[in-house]
Design a protein around this ligand. Sequence first.
Ligand code: HEM
Length: 223
Amino acid sequence: MSNSCLSSIGKKLIMSISGLFLVLFLLFHMSMNLVAVFSGEAYNAVCEFLGANWYALVGTMVLALGFIVHIVFAFILSLQNRKARGAERYAYQEKPAAVEWASQNMLVLGSIVFVGLILHLSQFWYKMQFAEIAGITNQYGVADGAAWMQYYFSQLPVVICYLVWFVAIWFHLCHGFWSALQTIGWNNKVWMDRWKCISNIFATVVMLGFAAVVIAAYIKSLC
Ligand code: HEM
């Protein structure tokens, strides 16, 4: 086994661990957002608690690091794989049925997730936590997060873009979750089948939770 092979396993391991960390964040973030469906006041109270204090900032920095590590290593590994395959990738290959579409398109899906994330952060994180830290009180600073969410998701094009984004995340999660567990060594045949099933259920529950927030706000705006 060559050195480069060993190091690519190390990189995959880092991707898996950072990915699992991001999965936990998604579960937390979705649960927190769901609060807004039931009570705007309760949602704002949670936001205030997790506002611009030192532990929230440390959390944000750790989270940003998790995203950066995951994305940078995804690109490095994909480039490495491409290089390793060389001209072979242009040859016709019959793809095994077991290799699902998401697994072959993780970089494309991840890129859609990334672009959506940048737009999302510019509309929410920048106008909420960043505005609070920077003391921005003009129209770009949002004190009432629940009201901002309600206004933002009352626009149909925004709702559609978010739902498309969620579908990309759903595909990415369905494959990424079990793939991460396989990489860290939980890969015997019985458990792999179970993890694939758990990944699909988990991704569906989380993304339906996010979608419920967006759709509930849109429906409320019609009433
Ligand atoms: C219904 C869908 C969503 C809503 C309503 C929503 C809402 C929000 C809000 C209000 C914030 C700002 C919180 C603050 O800084 O005080 C935020 C931050 C953030 N969102 Fe979302 N979000 C949604 C989906 C997502 C998804 C799917 C992802 C990941 C792919 C995501 C990633 C983030 C990240 C990374 C931050 C910055 C977190 C931090 O600074 O602690 N969000 N979101």
